[in-house]
Write a protein that binds this ligand. Structure first.
Ligand code: HEC
Ligand code: HEC
Length: 89
């Protein structure tokens, strides 16, 4: 009995890893990148020195429904840079 439980757990873990790997891979291919322009340039340095989480705090100063609006149906946006990669110059 103990053995078959372990086997099933391993299969569940393998499936979970596959799903995670898929989700991890999917966004960067289709999602627009953060442009390297006057508006966004400062974040490229900030990501390098302080990391993505530090830079993301500033995105919503401009990106909100009354400012630079999101396209309709935009996914939940707590981690901008998880989906929107920086442009590689
Ligand atoms: C000072 C205001 C401002 C801040 C802060 C800002 N943005 Fe923007 N962003 C803009 C404006 C204006 C545009 C549209 C014009 C452009 O492309 O520059 C834009 C466009 C974009 C686009 C779309 C580019 C495209 O291909 O059309 C993405 C993605 C983006 N911003 C991500 C971010 C992320 C992520 C952050 C935080 C790290 C951020 N922005 C911070 C003003 C800002
Ligand atoms: C879960 C993934 C995800 C997260 C997190 C996310 N976005 Fe998006 N975003 C998308 C997708 C998908 C689109 C639509 C396809 C595209 O235009 O890239 C989009 C579109 C946009 C656009 C319009 C791009 C264009 O070309 O017109 C902007 C601007 C934008 N997002 C900004 C942000 C900002 C700022 C944040 C953080 C507050 C954020 N996004 C968080 C996935 C995400």
């Amino acid at each position: 009995m103990a053995f078959s439980f372990k086997k099933r757990d391993l299969i569940l873990i393998a499936v979970a890893i596959l799903i995670l790997a898929f989700l991890w891979q999917a966004p960067p291919e289709s999602t627009s990148r953060v442009p390297f322009d006057d508006t966004h340039r400062r974040f490229f340095d900030l990501v390098k020195s302080d990391g993505k989480k530090a830079a993301e705090k500033f995105c919503e100063e401009c990106h909100y429904p009354g400012g630079v609006p999101f396209p309709p149906g935009h996914p939940p946006k707590s981690r901008c840079l998880f989906c929107h990669k920086l442009t590689t110059p």
